[in-house]
Design a protein around this ligand. Structure first.
Ligand code: FAD
Length: 433
C-alpha cells in the first residue's frame, strides 16, 4: 500500500496520457492503467508504461542525469508523471535508495570535496550529500568572485576557480556529488548506517561530516518592502562582477562581504552606495580604509546609521530605494539598479545535533583522528572543534585527509591509515603502491 505522503507534492503530466491524477497516485492504481514506476531519483518520481520501454532505459542508475532520463522517455512518447516526493516518505514508491558506499561525506565544501578525492585515491567508494545544489560550500554560496590568497600552491585564486579544480580532482575516481539533499536523519540498519534526506536514502559504511557552519541561507532584509523585489533587483547572491558594469549598486551591510564587494564593484558601477545601520564596521581594516578612500574621492557613498525603508519602481523595474536615518528618522532616495544585502547568513546544524555527538555552539568535538566518538562517524573542516583549531580551507584539507584515511582503515583493516605518497601510487600510473 502506498503511503499518503506519495499523494502530496507537485504533479506534472505529459499531454499524451489521459489519466486522472488518482490513476497515477500509487502503485496499484498506476498499474491498472498500465503505468509502473520507472525510477525515483533526485526527488522526482517517474512513471511510464514499462512494456514500451527499452530494457536499457529501465531502472536508470542514481547517477544518471534526470534531464537525460526525461529526454529519453519523452522522445519515446511515453508519459511522464513527475512528483516531488515529500519528506520522510518510505513507501514502495518512496525515497530513492542509493547503493551503499564506503564513505558518505555530508557537505561538499572544500573539505568535503577534498575528502571525496582522498576516498577515491584510497580505493574507497564515496559520495557527497549536500543541501546546496552546487559544490563548493561557502566558497560558492558566499564569495565565488573573491580571491583567496592562503591556499597552498595558489598565490591567488578565485573562490569559484578553486571549487572547479577541487571538483575536478574529487570526481576522477567515480565519486559522486548529490546536490539539493539536506540530511535530516541518520539510522543504523543491517549493520550499516543510512543517511536520510527529504527525498533520498544514502546507505553507507561510514560517514565524514564536513558540514561547515551547517546548512546555511543568507539573512534576509527585515523590511516587508524588500520581499517582492527579491530576484528582481534585490539579490542575496552577487553575480558576475560584469553584471554591475555601469549600474547603480547599493550594498547593505557592514561586514567583510559588504566591504569586499564595495571595494570590488565601485570601479565598475555607475554609482556605489554602502548602507549600514551603525558606524561600527566588522570588516578587515584594510578594506574599510580602501572603501573610505574611494568615498573621499567621490567614487563611493557611505551612509552610516541608515537602513532600507522603501523600494521605488519605475515601469515595474527597481529604480531607487528610500533610506531612513535611524537617528533622525529622515529619509533620502538613492538610485539603485541592484541592491545587494550582505547581512551575514543564518546557519543550522539541525539534525546533526541529535546524533549523540559532542556538539557545542554548532561545532563537533573530535579527537586527533577526527573521530567524533560515535562508531563509524568522523568529522572535518569548519564543523569541528579541538584545541588549536583554525577554521581555514587549508586546515579543512588536512582534516579531510585524516578523517578519510581513518575511515578507510576502519572499514578495511588491511589498508593502512597512512596513504603513502601519491607520487608513488599505482592508481596514478606510478610504479607501485
Ligand atoms: C567571505 C569569506 C571569505 C573567506 N575567505 C577565506 C580565505 O581567504 N581563506 C580561507 O582559508 N578561508 C576563508 N574563508 C573560510 C572558508 O570558506 C571556510 O573555512 C571553508 O569554506 C570551510 O569549508 P568546509 O567544507 O568545512 O565547510 P563549508 O564550506 O561551510 O561547506 C559545508 C557544506 O555542508 C553543507 N551542509 C551543511 N549541513 C548539511 C546538511 N544537514 N545536509 C547536507 N549538507 C549540509 C552545506 O550546504 C555546505 O555546502 C572565508 C569565508 C568567508 C565567509
Amino acid at each position: 500500500m502506498v503511503a499518503d505522503a506519495v499523494y502530496s507534492g507537485i504533479w506534472i503530466m505529459a499531454p499524451l496520457f489521459r489519466a486522472s491524477t488518482a490513476a497515477v497516485r500509487g502503485g496499484e492504481e498506476a498499474r491498472e492503467v498500465g503505468l509502473q514506476l520507472l525510477r525515483c531519483t533526485h526527488g522526482v518520481v517517474l512513471y511510464g508504461p514499462l512494456v514500451e520501454c527499452q530494457p536499457e532505459h529501465r531502472g536508470v542508475g542514481p547517477t544518471y542525469s534526470i534531464m537525460r532520463v526525461l529526454s529519453v522517455i519523452s522522445a519515446m512518447g511515453i508519459v511522464v508523471v513527475l512528483k516531488v516526493a515529500r519528506r520522510g516518505y518510505e513507501g514502495e514508491f518512496g525515497a530513492m535508495a542509493h547503493d551503499i558506499r564506503d564513505i558518505t561525506i555530508i557537505g561538499g565544501g572544500p573539505t568535503g570535496l577534498f575528502g571525496l578525492f582522498y576516498a577515491g585515491m584510497r580505493g574507497a567508494s564515496a559520495q557527497i550529500v549536500d543541501a546546496l545544489p552546487d559544490p563548493g560550500g561557502q566558497l560558492t554560496a558566499l564569495y565565488p568572485e573573491k580571491f583567496i590568497f592562503d591556499v597552498g600552491g595558489f598565490p591567488k585564486v578565485l573562490a569559484k576557480d578553486l571549487v572547479k579544480s577541487l571538483h575536478e580532482q574529487a570526481i576522477q575516481f567515480g565519486g559522486t556529488f548529490h546536490g539539493g539533499q539536506r540530511v535530516t536523519g541518520l539510522v543504523e540498519t543491517d549493520g550499516h548506517l543510512e543517511l536520510i534526506t527529504e527525498t533520498d536514502r544514502f546507505a553507507t559504511r561510514s560517514i565524514v561530516i564536513a558540514a561547515g557552519i551547517g546548512a546555511f541561507a543568507p539573512r534576509k532584509l527585515p523590511q516587508a518592502a524588500a520581499a517582492p523585489w527579491e530576484g528582481k533587483g534585490i539579490s542575496y547572491q552577487v553575480g558576475a562582477p560584469s553584471a554591475y558594469d555601469g549600474k547603480h549598486v547599493v550594498i547593505i551591510g557592514g561586514g567583510d562581504s559588504a566591504f569586499d564587494w564595495a571595494d570590488q564593484l565601485s570601479p565598475r558601477a555607475a554609482s556605489l552606495t554602502l548602507v549600514h545601520r551603525s558606524d561600527r564596521f566588522r570588516a578587515h581594516a584594510a578594506t574599510v580604509a580602501s572603501v573610505q578612500v574611494a568615498a573621499a574621492a567621490g567614487k563611493t557613498t557611505i551612509h552610516t546609521f541608515h537602513e532600507l525603508h522603501d523600494v521605488i519602481a519605475d515601469g515595474g523595474k527597481l529604480s531607487e530605494i528610500e533610506l531612513r536615518d535611524v537617528k533622525t528618522k529622515t529619509t533620502r532616495r538613492v538610485k539603485a539598479d541592484h541592491v545587494l544585502p550582505m547581512l551575514g547568513f543564518v546557519s543550522d546544524i539541525g539534525p546533526l545535533a541529535e546524533w549523540g555527538l559532542q556538539i557545542a555552539n554548532d561545532e563537533i568535538t573530535v579527537n586527533s583522528e577526527m573521530h567524533t566518538g560515535r562508531t563509524g562517524i568522523w568529522a572535518a573542516g569548519d564543523v569541528t572543534i579541538y584545541p588549536g583549531k583554525l577554521k581555514l580551507i587549508a586546515t579543512g584539507f588536512a582534516e579531510a585527509c585524516t578523517a578519510v584515511n581513518q575511515a578507510v582503515h576502519w572499514i578495511y583493516p588491511e589498508k593502512k591509515v597512512n596513504p603513502g605518497h601519491s607520487s608513488n601510487l599505482a592508481i596514478f600510473g606510478q610504479k607501485d603502491d
